[in-house]
Ligand binder design. Structure first.
Ligand code: NAP
Length: 299
């Protein structure tokens, strides 16, 4: 059986940057890319904040370039989901192959509202990343859904560009930290709709409005606004890390030697392509150093 030096799980910016560094360090590298490869950037349109692309780049094109760069240095890409990662003596078993070290960079998924037209309009007014997309809403009206720190932060970022930001929250109080709530409530551009929920996004090619319900004290929901006019909907109700494989290592963050983790799977704070890429680079360099220090013939 072929034994790799590094097996990387995940093919977003963290996984593919790790692959570029590992394969360029002459390590025999495999990426378990997933049946849907590329991570969250595959769902975005223009990326304007990734250094090196002053005119912006489409998310899928950026991922294609990262993959080509990794393959150029010898990385093997396998288009399957990693279902098992187990330490087996000195080696790790990942699905049907073995590796001396493993980098888990399985990413995270944005939690969406599951509205009928939400997925169709992602990149056309529906977003989950104000730092990435606020710029496109200069002078426009937007809404943010959520009541945690992420929603507060998204709303504050949006005020730098949008003419009006409405936060729509399902309860009568935010769960965000007091300081973030104060900043939001003190901002004249931000309006708040409590006890309200979005039930659909309206628009054919781009977001044009929202259907909104509100509730009374007994939580009876009823239609409040048939078409609340906005150009953008920012969903900020949390992220779900793809951490199923970490459950095999219950002592996390104390991991077995040779196992490294990078990117959004353990980053609930920054969640940016560039920070994930940096974490992938660090993990690959750590793996290389760790492999260098292993006695030869350890497998
Ligand atoms: P969060 O704290 O879990 O808040 C999620 C919010 O979304 C809650 O208000 C929740 O409502 C709402 N929500 C969840 N599912 C919903 C649904 N289906 N429909 C409508 N609303 C829904 O998540 P987060 O804001 O992403 O923050 C995650 C962690 O990162 C937190 O610990 C936070 O403090 C931290 N964080 C910190 C900063 C900062 O310090 N600057 C910035 C961002 C995040 P309910 O309140 O009703 O549950």
């Amino acid at each position: 059986m072929e034994i790799y030096d590094v097996a990387i799980i995940g093919s977003g910016p963290a996984g593919l940057t790790a692959a570029i560094y590992a394969s360029r360090a002459n390590l025999k590298t495999v990426v378990t890319a997933g049946s849907k490869w590329g991570g969250q950037l595959m769902l975005t349109t223009t990326v304007e904040n990734f250094p090196g692309f002053p005119d912006g780049i489409q998310g899928p094109e950026l991922m294609e370039k990262m993959k080509t760069q990794a393959e150029k240095f010898g990385t093997k890409i396998i288009y399957e989901d990693a279902t098992t990662v187990e330490k087996d003596g000195n080696l790790f078993a990942v699905n049907s192959y073995q590796a001396k070290s493993v980098i888990i960079a399985s990413g995270a998924n944005t939690m969406w509202l599951n509205l009928p037209n939400e997925q169709r309009l992602i990149g056309h007014g529906v977003s989950s990343c104000a730092p990435c997309d606020a710029f496109f809403f200069k002078g426009k009206k937007v809404a943010v859904v959520g009541g945690g720190d992420s929603a507060m932060e998204e709303a504050l970022v949006l005020t730098k560009f949008a003419s009006e930001v409405t936060i729509i929250h399902r309860r009568d109080a935010f769960r965000a930290s007091k300081i973030m709530q104060e900043r939001v409530l003190d901002n004249p551009k931000i309006k708040v709709m409590f006890n309200s929920r979005v039930t659909d996004v309206l628009g054919t090619d781009k977001v044009e409005g929202l259907k909104i319900e509100d509730c009374d004290l007994n939580e009876n929901w009823k239609l409040k606004i048939e078409n609340f006019p906005v150009d953008g909907l920012f969903v900020a109700i949390g992220h779900k890390p793809n951490d199923e494989l970490l459950k095999n290592f219950p002592d996390y963050p104390n991991l077995p030697d040779g196992l490294f983790i990078a990117g959004d799977v353990i980053d609930a704070k920054y969640k940016q392509a560039i920070t994930a890429a940096a974490a992938g680079c660090q993990a690959a360099m750590d793996a290389e150093k760790w492999l260098d220090n292993q006695p030869k013939n350890s497998e």
